[in-house]
Design a protein around this ligand. Structure first.
Ligand SMILES: O=c1[nH]cnc2c1ncn2[C@@H]1O[C@H](CO)[C@@H](O)[C@H]1O
Length: 321
């Protein structure tokens, strides 16, 4: 008998690569998407909610609830860094789609996360594709959350490589470094998939042509919105392709054999010019002095990815939609 699909909640700030990850998830028989929770990052939270509802309508999956998340950081910061220059002002490639007809549920994102984790202890995976405010709020509001949640797969961090906001910081961690530090030191089963890994997974111009030419419904939709994302990568990185950040993290949650990881303590810098830096302690040295890394629980940090296989899965699942 086939294994029961893994229950996942996608915490998301759609976002072009978020849209791709969500649509791939809905085409993945290994997982059951039990909800989307929204957060600021690529767009403000209100627009993230609108885009999440829109994507579920595109996919014909309005049965999946959307819970709106925080509009401010965990320290109530409202000066947010929004990456509209990566995704377009509407977050979805400046297509100005009509407003969705659905609405978010009454519960907010943190309440929904806490409730679902307690309903299915050890069985729910959160795939966090934006800043970690909602997850940190869930951790703070329910002491049982860290043991009830199955795994938290974080798309974020730049482990031993430069960031993408500045040389120190990756965008999702930079969005709320205090929240990220809470999540990484919470004791939950956390797997961080950083840009040191996702930068290895590139969808090229010719892959995009293939998506445009096929008959897959999701492939055709994504072809429309991907232009802005390609333009940004061409200008910022001089590459003829785009990094598949969010789909890679999603697929790492779907099939852990796609990546390898190491384990150790991760702390996040919350101040100064290195705000948002993720620093990994590999535990190979026992330091004599007590430090900010001592006695903190370990997390998993992805090290390698089977990039050709991730790309193949993304293409197949979109083409066959
Ligand atoms: O240069 C960038 N600045 C800000 N956000 C970015 C950039 N490139 C990609 N992303 C967005 O942030 C996450 C990965 O860090 C991804 O969700 C991606 O869409």
């Amino acid at each position: 008998m086939a294994a029961e699909p893994k229950k996942i909640i996608i915490d998301t700030d759609p976002g072009i690569d978020d849209a791709m990850a969500i649509l791939v998830a809905l085409q993945s028989p290994e997982v059951e998407v039990i909800g989307l929770t929204t957060i600021y990052g690529n767009v403000y939270t209100t627009l993230a909610t609108r885009n999440a509802l829109h994507l579920l309508e595109i996919a014909g999956r309005t049965d999946i609830p959307v819970a709106e998340g925080s509009h401010v950081t965990i320290t109530k910061g409202s000066k947010l860094r929004i990456a509209d220059f990566v995704h377009g002002t509407d977050g979805l490639g400046n297509q100005n789609f009509p407003a969705p007809s659905g609405n978010p549920i009454e519960q907010n994102a943190a309440e929904f996360l806490v409730e679902q984790a307690s309903l299915y202890p050890g069985k729910v995976t959160v795939v966090a594709l934006g800043p970690l405010t909602n997850i940190a709020l869930a951790i703070q509001s329910d002491p049982a959350f860290v043991k009830n949640i199955g795994q938290i797969v974080v798309l974020g961090g730049a482990f031993s490589v430069n960031g993408n906001v500045n040389p120190a910081a990756e965008a999702n961690i930079f969005g709320d470094p205090d929240a990220a530090d809470i999540v990484f030191t919470s004791g939950a089963d956390v797997l961080a998939v950083g840009i040191n890994v996702t930068h290895q997974v590139v969808l090229t111009d010719s892959d995009l042509d293939e998506l445009a030419k096929c008959n897959g419904k999701f492939a055709k939709y994504l072809d429309k919105i991907l232009g802005v994302y390609f333009g940004y990568h061409h200008d910022a990185y001089s590459i003829k392709g785009v990094f598949l950040h969010d789909p890679t993290a999603l697929l790492a949650a779907v099939d852990p054999s796609l990546i390898t990881y190491t384990e150790g303590v991760v702390r996040v810098q919350t101040i100064g010019i290195t705000r948002g830096l993720t620093l990994f302690y590999n535990k190979q040295k026992r330091f004599a002095e007590v430090s900010e890394w001592s006695d903190k629980p370990s997390v998993k940090v992805a090290v390698t990815v089977d990039a050709p296989k991730v790309l193949k899965l993304v293409m197949e699942r979109l083409i066959n939609s």
